[in-house]
Design a protein. Sequence first.
Lengths: 120, 120
Amino acid sequence: MVEHDSQTLDTVFQALGDATRRAMLAQLAEGESTVSALAEPHAMSLAAASKHIKVLERAGMVRREVRGRTHICSLEPAPLMSADRWIGMYRRYWTGRLDALEALLRADPAKNPLPPKKGE
Amino acid sequence: MVEHDSQTLDTVFQALGDATRRAMLAQLAEGESTVSALAEPHAMSLAAASKHIKVLERAGMVRREVRGRTHICSLEPAPLMSADRWIGMYRRYWTGRLDALEALLRADPAKNPLPPKKGE
DNA sequence: AGCATATTTAACCACATGGTTGAACATGAT
DNA sequence: ATCATGTTCAACCATGTGGTTAAATATGCT
């Protein structure tokens, strides 16, 4: 039985709900970065970027190692895994639905109830 | 190449960042529910629950069919799939890390750098 | 028509969020 | 000691969020 800690999921999903922070995670997936390197791609003050990083840290997704005067951030995968497992509970659901749709289409292709709908 | 619509991900992850709404999605995964049925398990006014449902709707995760005076809500899987695909980009990353860890452990089990750490 | 049910809307409140600027702090270089 | 660099902190602002209560709306029942 999979335990889902509600508070963890709250902070993780909240942290993911911002494009700047998602971009930072993407950058960290490529390798460690200093705070300024993480801030650089974004059109905002360093202080603002610093706050975003702190949100990611609070969510446990980023670890920080203070090396001299620079802070080196790295990705901590565990919370993302939690989020993934939560969403994973629904994979069964939607694959079921998609299978049903596919079956429907195979049964009568002329009805085609969907436009291509690839824009995502 | 997977297109990730930033705005969609924003609203979806934001919607997921609240335990009440996650519980509502779980309930909807079991089957359709009216607004009051969705509200019932939660210690809050109907108006508050109604707002939560609207957040889920805005995120595209819930569809509403007005049948008479009751509104029947159902789960719309596409946005969750988007979120899943986004997180999926990191699956490679963390399985890599875990594989590395596992290799480390196999190489020298005595070092065992981790407590069980199953609490999640 | 009149009443009950299902839901939303509006106005409000406290607090969080995402941004700013300017000052502070800590470290490294000269 | 001084100065520059990397980062945070504090104060502030506008807007968003999650909740409330009270009133409005829409439908169904008798």
